[in-house]
Design a protein around this ligand. Structure first.
Ligand SMILES: Cc1cc2nc3c(=O)[nH]c(=O)nc-3n(C[C@H](O)[C@H](O)[C@H](O)COP(=O)(O)O)c2cc1C
Length: 366
C-alpha cells in the first residue's frame, strides 16, 4: 500500500477531533487517587461507569467479571485493617530510608471514599471458553480490561478511583463472603476528589518516574531499540501527536521538577552539613559536589536523600585519584584479574562498592 492510499483511509473511522481529544484527555488525565470528598456518587453516574466496565473486551466474550459494591462501614473498616497489616508486612522488603518513604505514602482511601468496589473474576464462567486454552490467565486479563474501562469512564465523569492491591486475597474473600474459586482482581475506592493531579502521586513523591516511551518500545526482536525500517515511529515516539506540545514533552520532567522545588528545609540542610563534616576527607575537598549534596538535602527535606533511580555521574577533572588509577577502576564492573579492587573508607557510603554490585545502567564511560 502506498503512503497516499494510507492517508486516504486514515481518518475514515476516526472520532471527530473533539471526541478524540476527550478520549485522550481521559487517558492522560486518569490518576490513581487516595483522598476523597464525602459526597456520594449519584446512582445514574455509577451505573454509567459500571456499564463502561461491562463493555470491556474479554477472552471468548467470557465476561468473567462481577462488580461488588460496598457501602457498609463495618466491611470497609475490616478491609482497611487488612490493608494496614499488609502494608506493615510489605515495609520489611525495603531498607531505610526507602522503608520510611514507603510508610509515609498514602496508599488507600478505603473508609474515606463514599463506597468501595471489588471487581472479581470467575474462572468457571462460560464453560469451555474460546481462546483461553493456551493462556488460562486471559480471564484475569479480561477483568483488568474492565477495570481500566471503569477507571477511564470514572475520569470522564469527574470521579476519582484508587486501586488497593495491598490485601491478601484469601482474607478479603472471607470478609466479603466470596467462594474460594472467585478471584478478587481489583479492590477500588471511587469518589469525588478536589483535583486530578497532572502526575502520578508516586512520581511527585519521588518514588518512581515514568519511563520514556522510546525505552519501552522495541523493533523486530526483543530489546532492539532502533531499526532503520522504524525510524519514523522512533522519531514520533519522542513527540507523540495530540498529547502535549513537543517542547513541553521533552522538558516536561525537568520543568515539573523545578516547579516542585520549594524553599530548602533548614533542618535537613544542617543535618546534611553536620554529616558531611564527619566524612574522612578534608572539608570542602569535593568542591561543588558538597554544595550539590547540601542543596539536594534541603530540597528533599532529607539528610540523606533517597534516589528513586540511582546514577553514578562521572565528571572530568584533574584529580590526584586519576593519576593513581583508581577512578577508572571504579567505573568498570570487571577489574583486571589479580589486581585487588580499590577500597575507600566505609564512611564514604556507597562509593566503596563497585558499580557491578549496584543496579545501575551504564550510559557512558571512558
Ligand atoms: C494492579 C494495580 C495495583 C495497584 N495497587 C495500588 C495500591 O495498593 N495502593 C496504591 O496507592 N496504588 C495502587 N495502584 C496505583 C498505582 O500506584 C498507580 O497506578 C501508579 O502509581 C501510576 O499512577 P497513576 O495511576 O496516577 O497514573 C495500583 C495500580 C494497579 C494497576
Amino acid at each position: 500500500m502506498t503512503s497516499a492510499q494510507t492517508s486516504d483511509v486514515s481518518g475514515t473511522n476516526a472520532l471527530s477531533p473533539e471526541r478524540r481529544r476527550g478520549v485522550y484527555e481521559a487517558i492522560f488525565g486518569r490518576r490513581d487517587l487516595r483522598a476523597f470528598r464525602p459526597e456520594p456518587i449519584p446512582d445514574e453516574v455509577l451505573a454509567r461507569i459500571l456499564d463502561a466496565a461491562h463493555h470491556a473486551g474479554s477472552v471468548g466474550f467470557m465476561q468473567p467479571w462481577d462488580f461488588l459494591a460496598i457501602k457498609a462501614l463495618a466491611t470497609r473498616t475490616a478491609v482497611q485493617s487488612l490493608f494496614e497489616r499488609e502494608r506493615q508486612a510489605a515495609a520489611c522488603f525495603y531498607d531505610e530510608p526507602r522503608r520510611a518513604d514507603y510508610l509515609a505514602l498514602k496508599l488507600e482511601g478505603i473508609v474515606e471514599a463514599p463506597l468501595n468496589l471489588c471487581i472479581t473474576c470467575d474462572p468457571t464462567r462460560g464453560g469451555e471458553v474460546l481462546g483461553r486454552n493456551s493462556i488460562p490467565e486471559t480471564d484475569v486479563y479480561s477483568t483488568c480490561c474492565a477495570v481500566q474501562n471503569l477507571w477511564l469512564a470514572a475520569r470522564a465523569e469527574g470521579v476519582g478511583v484508587g486501586w488497593v492491591s495491598i490485601l491478601k486475597p484469601a482474607r478479603l474473600r472471607a470478609i466479603l463472603g466470596m467462594p474460594p474459586h472467585i478471584i478478587p482482581v481489583a479492590y477500588l475506592c471511587p469518589g469525588y476528589v478536589d483535583a486530578f493531579p497532572a502526575r502520578p502521586t508516586l512520581a511527585t513523591a519521588g518514588w518512581r518516574q515514568r519511563l520514556a516511551l522510546h525505552e519501552v518500545v522495541a523493533y523486530e526482536s526483543w530489546g532492539r531499540r532502533d531499526d532503520p525500517h522504524w525510524q519514523g515511529l522512533c522519531q514520533a515516539l519522542t513527540t507523540p501527536a495530540g498529547s502535549v506540545a513537543p517542547m513541553r514533552r521533552g522538558l516536561g520532567r525537568v520543568l515539573d521538577t523545578i516547579a516542585a522545588i520549594a524553599a530548602p528545609d533548614e533542618a535537613a540542610l544542617a543535618a546534611a552539613r553536620a554529616r558531611q563534616d564527619t566524612l574522612t576527607k578534608p572539608p570542602g575537598s569535593l568542591g561543588r559536589l558538597e554544595a550539590v549534596a547540601l542543596q539536594l538535602a534541603g530540597i528533599t527535606g532529607q539528610e540523606r536523600p533517597s534516589l528513586a533511580r540511582q546514577a553514578i555521574i562521572v565528571m572530568a577533572g584533574d584529580h590526584g585519584v586519576v593519576t593513581e588509577g583508581c577512578a577508572g577502576r571504579l567505573l568498570h564492573p570487571q577489574p583486571d584479574p589479580g589486581t585487588p579492587a580499590p577500597r575507600l573508607p566505609d564512611n564514604h557510603g556507597g562509593w566503596s562498592k563497585r558499580p557491578a554490585q549496584r543496579p545501575c545502567r551504564r550510559l557512558a564511560d571512558d
